[in-house]
Design a binder for this molecule. Structure first.
Ligand code: PHE
Length: 471
């Protein structure tokens, strides 16, 4: 498994290209929906504050560690761990985890993205009113249409991947990310002009620190970690396409800023919309899940807009929103599938095209199993029993890979970089393209946190999740 790649390794064409591609990975359903849902339920501005602290003080150093490992080795995660550990057998484990985790997260994320695509198509075909009828969602996700849409989605994503790093991933990010920003800004401006919107803004921005408890803190932490695409091998892989002349510290800061900016704007979109339609809303009644928000709550809000702007206007706003989420999800999926593609290419010496096709076939099959986990097949719907409750195949993938292994991967990369690869070498990599990094206060902070507090937090989250979800 150590064949050399068949072609010379590509890099991103420009720093902006890298930043947009990494931001494309980071900005996803997590920012646009999970973040506003969590903020609405957990103290508004106070949640935002805690979240931003986590992003910049806990997650950013982990992002730098992943990028440094990738750029130093110019390899996929499996190869990167192998090379920097001097071929240690034990350190192969995190390499393989950094391969299988994105592979499986992509599978369940793809299914949710397909539902968004279905809602976009329904809205564009003039059926916004149907989306709000009782039982529509469950009925829709159990139709064969889902399989067809899955095939379309996979064609788009794999089409982008087939074009390569620079002409595929980077070019798609350069086109799709500005489109995403434009759609988001247009929607925010529109929502802010609605009556009562200001109540929502007030709720969002005036912090209620009384709501910040241990549960909210752990939610903010998990959300920040997921949102920056950490623990999935993505940043190791994207780092491997980064040029030596670019600064890892400042590029990471820009990506984090972009990601947090989008989450912030999504809050400005969703909270005022909620308050416009229901100024007396008791936010504790809102659904806890992103799926609840996208597929149940928001369609109702969009439909109610017909009183202001007519049915066609309301459908356009809804379509813009679903398109926004779809674009964000596509750029995230491209980044996550690039991880196994890079591994097959670097480790097995497979040509890029063959690697993409192989992965697509396996993922398509697994995604079908996930999609059938909501009633189509009984054995998948009640796949296992965990902590005394039946869980579907879809749930199992989410619990094992997203909830549990993600923080473990984060813990392992910190320990690896600081104690196996070693601080001095990590620093030398960070100084490439950024001589001012040496000796800066930020470099001391990164050192201290990555070798102590951050891995401790991630280990705690991992153990806590195992205890909660599995027993
Ligand atoms: N950052 C993404 C989000 O917020 C997480 C993700 C990345 C998910 C890549 C899947 C693939 O949704």
């Amino acid at each position: 498994m150590s064949a050399s790649p068949s072609t010379s390794r590509e890099t991103f064409g420009s720093r902006l290209g890298f930043i947009l591609a990494a931001a494309g990975s980071a900005v996803g359903i997590g920012n646009l929906v999970a973040f506003p849902v969590a903020a609405t339920k957990s103290g508004g501005g106070a949640f935002l504050f805690v979240y931003a602290l986590f992003v910049f003080f806990i997650c950013l150093p982990v992002m730098m560690a992943e990028l440094a490992v990738g750029r130093k080795t110019a390899k996929d995660p499996v190869g990167a761990y192998r090379e920097l550990s001097g071929g240690s057998t034990l350190w192969r484990i995190p390499g393989w985890l950094a391969l299988i985790t994105p592979f499986m997260i992509a599978v369940f994320y793809m299914v949710v993205t397909v539902w968004v695509l279905g809602y976009l198509i329904a809205t564009l075909s003039g059926n916004l009113d149907q989306l709000t009828t009782d039982g529509y969602f469950m009925q829709f996700i159990n139709t064969k249409t889902v399989f067809g849409l899955l095939a379309v989605l996979m064609l788009v994503i794999n089409g982008i991947l087939l074009l390569g790093v620079k002409d595929g991933i980077e070019r798609a990010a350069k086109t799709l990310m500005p489109a995403l920003f434009a759609m988001l800004v247009a929607l925010v401006i529109f929502v802010l002009t609605l009556e009562n919107a200001f109540e929502g803004v007030k709720y969002y921005l005036v912090p209620d620190f009384a709501k910040i408890d241990a549960h909210v803190i752990s939610k903010a932490m998990a959300q920040a970690f997921f949102s920056l695409s950490l623990g999935m091998g993505i940043l190791i892989t994207y780092g491997s396409y980064m040029k030596k002349r670019d600064s890892i510290a400042s590029s990471s800061r820009l990506v984090a800023l972009c990601d947090t900016g989008v989450a912030f704007c999504a809050g400005l979109l969703i909270l005022p919309a909620i308050f416009h339609f229901n100024p007396e809303i008791d936010t504790s009644e809102l659904s806890d899940s992103s799926a609840g928000m996208i597929f149940f709550f928001l369609p109702k809000i969009f439909l109610a807009l017909q009183a202001n702007i007519g049915y066609v206007g309301a459908s356009i706003v809804a379509a813009l929103f679903f398109a926004l989420v779809l674009v964000a999800a596509i750029t995230s999926l491209v980044s996550i599938i690039e991880v196994p593609v890079a591994t097959l290419r670097d480790e097995a010496g497979m040509p890029r095209k063959k690697a993409i096709l192989t992965i697509a076939i396996v993922q398509f099959a697994l995604a079908i199993l996930c999609a059938m986990s909501f009633g189509m097949a009984d054995w998948l719907t009640k796949f296992v029993s965990l902590a005394g409750a039946d869980k579907s195949f879809f749930d199992l993938v989410e619990i094992v890979f997203y909830d549990t292994i993600l923080p473990l991967n984060g813990f392992l990369i910190c320990i690896f970089v600081m104690y196996r690869w070693k601080k001095a070498k990590f620093h030398a990599e960070l100084q490439e393209g950024d001589p001012a990094f040496a000796g800066s206060a930020w470099s001391k902070y990164v050192d201290f946190m990555l070798s102590s507090i951050i891995p401790a937090i991630l280990l705690f989250v991992f153990i806590n999740t195992v205890a909660l979800k599995f027993f």
